[in-house]
Design a protein. Structure first.
Length: 360
């Protein structure tokens, strides 16, 4: 194991002992916020320190076996012990490196999922509807709940834009690599000559912002307009001004919400989406300023970046960031995204490990 890792692990072991001493003090419980913070920090450090202690024990086992190998009567046993300890050291070394990778603080958050039609007219709107259905099915498979916040239906079906809140543990961690351009190649239902068309949609996955600590929205910086919501195709027409449009003047971000008949609920949902978009912009601007020379293989999540192609005639889905092609488009469109999500997460972890190795 490299010395840089050993130093960091020794620091964590020292910090764990320090936390144990602090938590053993009677007065620590008088400040509940501080107590919870210490307990949470200890819970994060404990598994890493346990792995490190197991690694140290395996080092001792290997050293003991080396001493025994000098005895002819114990040589065979000692060589077996050395092999076992060496294999365990290699395994624990990999586990420790993964445990030390920086955690994304947003991973356990709920998300706002935004799907917008792009180039391709009506076919793009239909594909946006298919993508949203795919993500909704994936949410169902994971026991999450998807609540539509705002939608702009297309006349022929699908959506010009649809925004939903996905509520569930780890929603952001599993869907955060979906942001970007999604391209479809297929024969549209409106095509009479059987020609394949190419259309595109954009997807944005935004972690839900913490209203208190993440984003402060100055009331003077927003303009709130109300208007009458109306459904498409002769559906219910609201007779009151329940729909809400919020404009964030400093950034020009505009959010509309008209899915609920309550103006109060629409305003609350719109403010949540606005906070998520502002926070997303802040994070992206910060990342752009501090970006490393090495660009993540998973990509920047730029909305304009083409990340995936869905080719229906060939039955394939290709993720261009990791050069992965799966010939199971039917299952994927039904929400079977597990293999894609796992591959993207694995590639991201490999990139992090490579960056960690360069730092040592």
């Amino acid at each position: 194991m490299k010395q840089g890792l050993v130093t960091r692990l020794n620091q964590l072991a020292f910090r764990l002992d320090e936390l144990d001493r602090l938590l053993a003090q009677e007065q620590v419980a008088s400040d509940l916020d501080n107590y919870r913070r210490l307990v949470r920090e200890r819970a994060e450090i404990q598994p890493v320190v346990d792995l490190f202690r197991a690694y140290r024990q395996s080092e001792q086992d290997y050293a003991s076996a080396q001493d025994m190998v000098r005895d002819p009567e114990l040589r065979s046993f000692a060589e077996d012990e050395m092999r076992t300890a060496r294999d365990r050291l290699a395994h624990l070394d990999g586990e420790l490196q993964r445990a030390l990778l920086p955690r994304d603080p947003n991973d356990e958050r709920n998300i706002f999922l935004e799907v917008r039609a792009g180039t391709g007219g009506d076919e793009s709107a239909l594909f946006a509807g298919d993508l949203f259905r795919m993500y909704a099915r994936f949410a169902e498979r994971n026991g999450w709940r998807a609540e539509v916040v705002s939608q702009s239906p297309s006349e022929l079906g699908g959506f010009k834009e649809i925004i939903a809140k996905v509520i569930g543990d780890g929603a952001y961690s599993r869907l955060k690599f979906e942001s970007g351009g999604h391209r479809v190649q297929r024969v549209p239902a409106t095509e009479t000559q059987g020609r394949i068309h190419t259309s595109a949609c954009t997807v944005a996955v935004l972690p839900e912002a913490d209203d208190v600590s993440d984003v402060v929205i100055n009331p003077a910086d927003i303009r709130i307009d109300t208007f009458r919501a109306s459904g498409a195709g002769g559906q219910h027409i609201n007779k009151t001004d329940s729909a809400v449009r919020i404009t964030h003047l400093p950034t020009g971000i505009v959010v509309e919400c008209q899915d609920d008949r309550s103006q109060h609920k629409n305003k609350a949902q719109a403010l949540s989406v606005l906070a998520a978009r502002i926070r997303d912009r802040q994070v992206r601007e910060s990342a752009a300023r501090t970006a490393a020379e090495r660009k993540s293989l998973i990509g920047s999540g730029d909305r304009s970046e083409r990340i995936r192609t869905y080719n229906f005639p060939q039955g394939r889905v290709t993720d261009h960031r990791i050069n992965l092609t799966l010939y199971k488009i039917g299952q994927i469109m039904e929400g079977d995204l597990g293999e894609l999500v796992a591959a993207l997460a694995a590639e991201h972890q490999a990139e992090q490990l490579a960056a960690l190795a360069e730092e040592q």
